[in-house]
Design a protein. Structure first.
Length: 187
């Protein structure tokens, strides 16, 4: 999801029974709503997160605005949240999460990583484009921008060209026949 899509997410958008999440018009050129399937970790954590907001209503934001204050020992604590307003930003939370995880990246880099992992696993462009919310006219451009495909995936792609003639001993037999053919042409 895009930063704004996640920040503006409401409880009514989450369907835990079907493990799906409709995402609004946000940035898509075609202006359509896309239905995202929730992966297993998201489907597992969302009920826990919901339990932290027992008075939530469908129109409340999943990530509500928070007010902070200082405790007696000088640490910052959340003392109030407003579920009718979305969180303004999560810079502090993101910085803390990066430190705990030992990573250096921007929040938007998660979107790039998700795209790259799907493409490297062989998910078709059309499926990745639907999940990412790309319009048909920008799919190839966005896949190039977002999909940082590594050498392993590229090698797998070109090895897919070998066909059945190259399975098992077929590759050695082919190489030997090519050497023999080259010798014949040289004579």
């Amino acid at each position: 999801m895009r930063y704004s899509e996640l920040r503006l997410l409401t409880w009514e958008q989450i369907d835990l029974s079907s493990c799906t999440l409709p995402v609004g018009h946000s940035k898509t050129e075609s202006g359509t709503v896309r239905l995202l399937p929730l992966n297993d970790p998201a489907a597992a954590i969302l009920p826990f997160w919901a339990s932290l907001f027992p008075l939530r209503e469908p129109s409340h934001f999943v990530f509500p605005a928070e007010r902070y204050g200082a405790s007696g020992d000088g640490t910052t604590v959340v003392y109030d949240s407003d579920p009718t307003s979305p969180i303004g930003r999560w810079k502090e939370a993101w910085e803390s999460a990066k430190i705990r995880a030992g990573v250096l990246c921007r929040f938007h880099d998660l979107r790039h990583t998700g795209c790259t992992r799907m493409l490297e696993e062989g998910v078709p462009f059309s499926v990745v484009a639907t999940i990412m919310g790309w319009s048909p006219s920008t799919t190839v451009r966005m896949a190039r921008r977002y999909g940082h495909i590594g050498q392993t995936a590229q090698r797998h792609a070109v090895n897919a060209l070998k066909g059945a003639d190259f399975e098992g001993d077929g590759a050695q037999n082919w190489a030997q026949s090519q050497k023999a053919r080259t010798r014949q042409l040289a004579n």
